[in-house]
Design a binder for this molecule. Structure first.
Ligand code: SF4
Length: 369
């Protein structure tokens, strides 16, 4: 399976925790940028002509902030230059403060069949504190336009003053609005973002407090019939994100746009993070790749193990054998033995036990040595 990622780097306003490649003051560049994105898709067309793509993902930034005709145009260009499977999953990220019925209608005409909505929290004061441009009411309006559609809601943990009651309210609103998928992830305060100062001042919940919020949220989602299929991702049966599953299964994907990364032909490569440089490269007829490296077998094996252990399906010994011609328990004999008490083992599969999945990073450190 292979995926397509398109990065739309525009936002109305920068959130206080945001470390993504997004430009709040450059919406006026959307037309020129999207023209470059279409060109980049065309430039990659020849080398990818034999690949059938099963997923498309518009991420950002805020894809829903630009005129929806650009999204429609991108899908048209993909269909012209690349090959899609018969039933692709096509997702767009949306900020509830930017959505209109016309936009949703255009997305659907473009073939989009999955929507990922940044709710983050159902407490308006917290939304304002982290610089989100929307309210809970905007979220409810947005989801009222998506009745009967497949959509996901993002929930953020580790906000200043956040309580279990806040998490309960957020999950109840997400699930009550009809979301079939919830991404519940912990805020990572990155150096250089405004929220980092709050972190340094000790104003954010610490690791143990976030873990408690996560355990609380996990139990509530479980009670509501959501399965955890990856450490931060939960869904009703059959509503896993195919696009993300492909990442965790080390499937290939091609990224278009500024800062987009790709994994194809055994190489990982990344586009420039500079918007002007991106457009200059494309307009001069060059691919805007700034990093490009072959994944050596040792690293590929580690990636396989690391990504698989994030998921509820765990490591498949058979798939590892098919990929590398060896046994993962032999290749990683020492860390496997050392961490065995954290694993559930069943026939072909090895998974991190349910109660340890949230702290899997600590287990994985042993596999890096
Ligand atoms: S909407 Fe998303 S990409 Fe844009 S500033 Fe906020 S967190 Fe960053």
């Amino acid at each position: 399976m292979s995926g397509i990622y398109l990065h739309i780097p525009f936002c109305k306003h920068k959130c206080t925790y945001c470390d993504f490649t997004s430009f709040p003051n450059r919406l006026g560049y959307a037309e020129a940028y999207m023209a470059c994105l279409y060109k980049e898709i065309e430039m990659r067309g020849k080398e990818l002509e034999n690949v059938v793509f099963d997923t498309v993902y518009f991420g950002g930034g805020t894809p829903s902030v630009i005129d929806p005709s650009y999204i429609y145009g991108a899908m048209k260009q993909i269909k012209k230059c690349l090959r899609l499977s018969k039933d692709p999953e096509i997702t767009i990220e949306m900020n509830p403060g930017t959505v209109t019925p016309e936009k949703i209608a255009t997305y659907k005409r473009a073939g989009i069949d999955r929507f990922s909505i940044g709710l983050q929290t159902a407490i308006d004061a917290q939304l304002e504190e982290i610089g989100r441009i929307h309210t809970v009411r905007d979220y409810l309006y947005c989801t009222s336009l998506l009745r009967g559609e497949n959509f996901s809601a993002d929930v953020m943990l580790g906000l200043k003053g956040q309580t279990e009651e806040d998490v309960r309210k957020t999950i109840e609103i997400a699930v009550g609005s009809g979301a079939s998928h919830v991404s519940m992830y912990a805020l990572t305060p990155e150096d250089g973002t405004p929220i980092y100062t709050d972190y340094l001042n000790g104003e954010l919940p610490d690791g143990d407090e976030v873990r408690k919020l996560y355990d609380f949220g996990y139990a509530l989602l479980k009670e509501k019939g959501f399965l955890r299929y990856e450490v931060s991702n939960f869904c009703k049966k059959g509503f896993e994100s195919r696009h993300n599953l492909n990442y965790w299964r080390r499937g290939e994907y091609i990224g278009f746009g500024v800062s987009a990364s790709s994994f194809f032909f055994g190489r990982r490569f990344t586009n420039t993070f500079d918007l002007d440089e991106y457009m200059k490269c494309i307009l001069s007829g060059f691919l805007p790749v700034v990093e490009n490296e072959k994944v050596e077998e040792k690293d590929a094996k580690f990636e396989f193990v690391m990504l698989a252990l994030r998921t509820a399906e765990g490591i498949s010994a058979k798939k590892y054998r098919e990929a590398f011609g060896s046994e993962w328990k032999e290749d990683f004999a020492a860390p496997y033995r050392k961490n065995r008490q954290y694993f559930d083992e069943e026939d072909d599969a090895t998974r991190i036990k349910d109660e340890y999945l949230y702290v899997q990073n600590q287990i994985l450190i042993g596999f890096m040595e």
